[in-house]
Write a protein that binds this ligand. Structure first.
Ligand code: SAH
Length: 218
C-alpha cells in the first residue's frame, strides 16, 4: 500500500470515530471496541467503499448491516461487562456481534438465514474472534439451552419484546431492542430485569428490518 493510501485509511478511521462521538457514542469502552473492529470486513461488493460512512448498507439475503452510530448507541446502552454472556438476535453481517465480542466473555448470535451465519463465521475466524458462537435458527425463541443471559441485543424489530427473550434475561440483566411496526419508525428501548419485574425505558427512534418468525430457506 502506498503511503497516501495508508493516510487515507487512517483519516477515514478518524472521521468514522468522530462521527460516532458526534452522534452520542461517548462511552470509552464502546469506542475502543469499535476502533478495533474494521467494518470494511463485514461489507462486500459495490458498497464496500462506503463501509466507513455512518449509514446502513445492504448485505446478502435482502438484509442490512446497521448504521455504525446505532450499533454504538445500542452497545453502550447494553453496558456490557467483561464477564457477561451476551445473546444477539440478528447476526446479519456479524458486525455487531464482533463489537460485542470485544466487551463480553462470550457472545451467542442467531440468524434465521443460514447463509448469513456461515459468512459471518468466516469473518469471525479470519479476525480470530474466538468467543462468538453463531447459530442459525429462529431467534425469537432465544436459546433456552444457553440461557439465562446477562445481556440481550435484538437487531430486528418486533412489535413487542418477545416473551421467551424476556424470560431468558438474568435478574439484573439488560436487553436492548427496537420495537414497533416494521414499516414505520420504531423505538429503541432498554429493558432491565429487576427482582420484581421489568423496567422499560425508551431511548430513541430507529428503523430496523422486521423480526420474522421461522427459519429462512437460505
Ligand atoms: N446485527 C446485524 C444487522 C442485523 S439485520 C449486523 O451487525 O450486521 C437483522 C437481521 O435479523 C437479519 O439478518 C435477519 O435475517 C435477522 N432476523 C430477522 N428475524 C429473525 C429471527 N426471528 N431470528 C433470527 N434472526 C432474525
Amino acid at each position: 500500500m502506498s503511503e497516501g493510501a495508508e493516510e487515507d485509511l487512517a483519516e477515514r478511521k478518524m472521521r468514522f470515530l468522530f462521527a460516532l462521538r458526534s452522534k452520542g457514542v461517548t462511552d470509552a469502552r464502546t469506542l475502543h471496541a469499535m476502533e478495533g473492529i474494521d467494518r470494511g470486513q463485514f461489507v462486500r461488493g459495490i458498497f464496500a467503499d462506503r463501509a466507513y460512512e455512518d449509514m446502513p448498507l445492504p448485505i446478502a439475503c435482502g438484509q442490512t448491516i446497521s448504521q455504525p452510530s446505532v450499533v454504538g448507541l445500542m452497545t453502550q446502552a447494553a453496558d456490557v461487562g467483561s464477564r457477561d454472556t451476551v445473546l444477539e438476535i440478528g447476526t446479519g453481517s456479524g458486525y455487531q456481534a464482533a463489537i460485542l465480542s470485544q466487551l463480553a466473555r462470550r457472545v451467542y448470535t442467531v440468524d434465521r438465514h443460514r447463509r448469513l451465519v456461515r459468512e459471518a463465521e468466516g469473518v469471525f475466524t479470519a479476525l480470530r474472534l474466538t468467543n462468538i458462537v453463531a447459530i442459525s435458527g429462529d431467534g425469537s425463541h432465544g436459546l433456552p439451552d444457553q440461557a439465562p443471559f446477562d445481556r440481550i441485543i435484538v437487531t430486528a424489530a418486533a412489535e413487542d419484546p418477545p416473551g421467551p427473550l424476556l424470560a431468558q434475561l438474568k435478574i439484573g440483566g439488560i436487553m436492548v431492542l427496537p420495537v414497533g411496526q416494521s414499516d414505520t419508525v420504531q423505538s429503541l428501548i432498554r429493558v432491565r430485569r429487576l427482582e420484581t419485574g421489568f423496567d422499560y425505558e425508551e431511548l430513541r427512534p430507529v428503523r430496523f428490518v422486521p423480526l420474522v418468525e421461522g427459519v429462512a430457506n437460505d
